[in-house]
Design a protein around this ligand. Structure first.
Ligand SMILES: NC(=O)c1ccc[n+]([C@@H]2O[C@H](COP(=O)([O-])OP(=O)(O)OC[C@H]3O[C@@H](n4cnc5c(N)ncnc54)[C@H](OP(=O)(O)O)[C@@H]3O)[C@@H](O)[C@H]2O)c1
Length: 332
């Protein structure tokens, strides 16, 4: 290959993301300098944080620059190497962005074993989302035997892992997800004890029925009504891992209306950004890898085909159209 495709951010969204915010380009494969390697990406990960980076509002990370390759996690094969630590044929996870290929000096690349764990899973259950679930459970919620753990966006990449880790810790795992199909999957395939469909219109009563002993730990991915309703069911000294606020990703404010519960129930709430805890990744990923390889932790993927499909797939993810980890397959 002498050329490859990439997608750049062409404009910042005003409210919802539209296809015109992106532009597909073809560029030359660069010649490698000494100490560099060339990777052919097999999968691109699409994640909710990308919506935040597309905006130039102040955040924990710098905005995605215009006219440059969209940020994104990838997994792919080294096709050429002038780096002593990498050989052609090895698989690496990295941040090559929305691009079919990438050149690196090796910094930030993670070699991945695709024998026991499929390449794509290194972007999901054994990648950043799995690590997010592991960190929030292990370092913040620390659930104890018999406690009730509630997680929103429960069928997704992070939420699906959270509930299964809760079950493995001997807890009652209760998911909140949009629609019957997602809820059925969460209970029947992933083994959660219950799942509440927040779109069914009875969130408060349904969550009460699913949490007869109240809630001891909340892994929050959504915010808004879903979070307020869960706060209303908390027990004294409950913990909250504030992981994401999907309900506000188009720019809406996300007030906590049930703040009184934080005080009355002496709740500990901690927000976190998983990439600020890279020292924990080797331990977390090795534990998640062991659980996936042994079949104790399951996951599901939504895969769109070809780089050109990425903008629409991200728009769908932000509308809840994905079912499990959203990926783009970049090879035939
Ligand atoms: N703090 C960190 O370091 C960190 C790291 C990774 C991810 N996260 C956060 O974790 C959360 C889950 O990420 P993920 O990768 O696992 O995504 P995901 O759950 O695989 O996909 C997003 C899901 O969120 C739900 N959703 C989308 N828009 C929504 C809206 N407006 N209101 C309510 N629900 C909506 C949809 O599920 P339903 O159909 O069920 O609504 C959708 O399928 C996100 O908030 C993400 O930003 C945080």
């Amino acid at each position: 290959m002498t050329k490859y495709q990439r997608i750049v951010l062409a404009s910042r969204p005003r409210g919802v993301v539209v296809p015109e915010n992106f532009r597909l380009e073809e560029i030359d494969v660069p010649a490698l300098a000494e100490g560099q390697l060339l990777v052919r990406n097999h999968y691109l990960s699409l994640d909710p944080y990308m919506r935040g980076r597309m905006s130039d509002a102040k955040s924990y990370a710098a905005p995605q620059p215009l006219e440059q390759t969209m940020i994104g996690g990838t997994v792919g094969e080294v096709v050429e190497s002038r780096h002593p630590g990498f050989a052609a044929g090895e698989f690496v996870a990295g941040m090559f962005g929305w691009a079919e290929m990438g050149v690196s000096d090796g910094e930030g690349l993670r070699k991945v074993d695709t024998a026991a764990i499929p390449a794509a899973a290194h972007l999901g259950a054994v990648g950043m989302p799995g690590m997010t679930a592991w960190y929030g459970m292990h370092e913040i919620l620390r659930p104890r035997l018999g406690e009730t753990v509630v997680v929103s966006a429960a069928s997704g990449a992070v939420g699906s892992a959270v509930g299964q880790l809760a079950r493995l810790a001997g807890c009652r795992a209760v998911g909140i997800a949009g629609g019957k199909a997602k809820c059925d999957y969460v209970v029947n395939e992933l083994g959660f004890d219950a799942c509440v469909d927040y779109k069914a219109g009875n969130l408060k009563a349904d969550l009460a029925a699913a949490t007869p002993n109240g809630i001891d730990a909340i892994f929050e991915n959504v915010g808004g009504d879903v979070f307020d309703t869960a706060l209303g069911r908390t027990n004294a000294f409950a913990r909250v891992a504030l992981c994401g606020l999907l309900a506000g990703y188009t720019g809406a404010e996300i007030p906590i209306r049930n703040a009184k519960k934080l005080l009355l129930n002496r709740i500990t709430l901690r927000g976190f950004i998983v990439t600020e805890h890279m020292d924990m990744w080797p331990q977390g990923l090795s534990e998640m890898g062991r659980l996936v390889a042994s079949g104790q932790l399951k996951y599901r993927e939504s895969v769109s085909q070809g780089l050109a499909s990425a903008p629409q797939a991200l728009i769908g993810l932000l509308q809840g159209l994905n079912f499990g980890k959203q990926l783009v397959k970049l090879i035939e």
